[in-house]
Design a binder for this molecule. Structure first.
Ligand code: ZN
Ligand code: ZN
Length: 327
């Protein structure tokens, strides 16, 4: 059964074999039938038509959100390391031990994977030629070039992304063919860091602030404790309020990162991107081993201990073999 890959295709027959990338595509674009997400809005901007937001840029709110969440991630990473090393873990272990080294390792692993996410952007440029000779391929009206299978335009990055999964606001870039492997490890490391950070914060607060399993545990409700601190009730100290805020912040990020990590592994195991999963596209599903290698490379599990950036994953991000049974 034929499945339409995404909203950018023009509805014609899709290739069922590996895409040949050796010839230039010479067919003129079909300007009227490409309905990529964001194309209509971009045209409004180009035609100087205010699309109805308070800014003439319809993406202004999500751009602000993008930069805000990058600051969120960076701030939490540094704060959590500092508090863990200087306050909570010494309280828990009493000496500079394995837990402190683990905190440093997680900190550097998060930063290294974040750097690799940004460095290995999955941007597709027109000089990376795509030829399909099939009628169903997509044309990006904004970048003015054809897009390989599984690629999509990102309205925040303003570029076409190879095997695009999604735009990550927490790292500030698109996740696609080249950097998805680092993003998954980044989510894993952030969830472990924040989970451990939250655990030690709670141990510290339980002993030095208010006993959690007692009638005093309502002090762990952050808005209430904040009001108490403002009104100088109950002897709430600013430092206690800071640690309590950091504990809730860590817990929320722990849950968020764990959800992202689980969701990413789920779609990778299924041989899909998040974009394809949301549209029930199974065109490129093969076997589990190939799905993992196409994202992480041949020694996929080692990436979780150390990012194997010098070993490429399978494929080139441009041509794919479609699953004949599914098409
Ligand atoms: Zn584009
Ligand atoms: Zn993007």
């Amino acid at each position: 059964m034929k499945r339409q890959l995404d909203g950018c295709s023009n509805g014609s027959k899709r290739s069922t074999e590996a895409v040949d990338t050796t010839h230039l595509y010479d067919k003129p674009p079909n300007w009227t039938s490409n309905a990529c997400l964001g194309v209509a809005k971009e045209r409004l901007i180009m035609e100087n038509v205010n699309p109805g937001y308070f800014s003439t840029d319809p993406y202004f709110p999500i751009k602000v959100l993008n930069y805000s969440l990058v600051v969120y991630t960076a701030t939490l990473t540094v704060l959590l390391l500092y508090v863990s090393l200087s306050v909570t873990i010494p309280f828990a272990s009493g000496e500079y031990s394995f837990l402190q080294y683990l905190a440093w390792y997680l900190f550097f692993s998060v930063l290294l994977n974040w750097m690799l996410i940004l460095k290995n952007s999955s941007v597709f440029t027109s000089n990376q030629f795509v030829k399909t000779s099939e009628e169903g391929d997509k044309y990006c009206d904004i970048c003015k070039h054809w897009i390989p299978p599984r690629g999509h335009h990102c309205v925040l990055c303003m570029k076409c992304i190879l095997r695009r999964d999604h735009h990550c606001y927490f790292t500030g870039t698109c996740i696609g063919f080249r950097n998805q492997r680092y993003f998954v490890v980044f989510c894993f490391d952030v969830s472990v860091s924040c989970g451990l950070g939250w655990y030690f914060l709670m141990l510290y607060l339980d002993s030095n602030f208010k006993t959690f399993w007692s009638e005093d545990n309502y002090h762990y409700l952050l808005p209430l404790t904040f009001v108490e601190w403002l009104l100088r009730w109950g002897g709430i100290q600013a430092f206690d309020l800071f640690l309590l805020t950091l504990a809730w912040w860590s817990f929320a990020t722990f849950v968020t990162a764990l959800v992202y990590f689980s969701q990413q592994m789920f779609v990778i195991v299924r041989g899909q991107t998040s974009y394809e999963y949301s549209r029930d596209v199974h065109t490129y599903r093969t076997v589990l081993c190939k799905h993992l290698k196409s994202v992480f490379g041949p020694f996929w599990v080692i990436n979780f201990a150390f990012p194997l950036f010098f070993i490429q994953q399978e494929g080139n991000g441009i041509s794919y073999v479609a699953n004949l049974k599914e098409v």
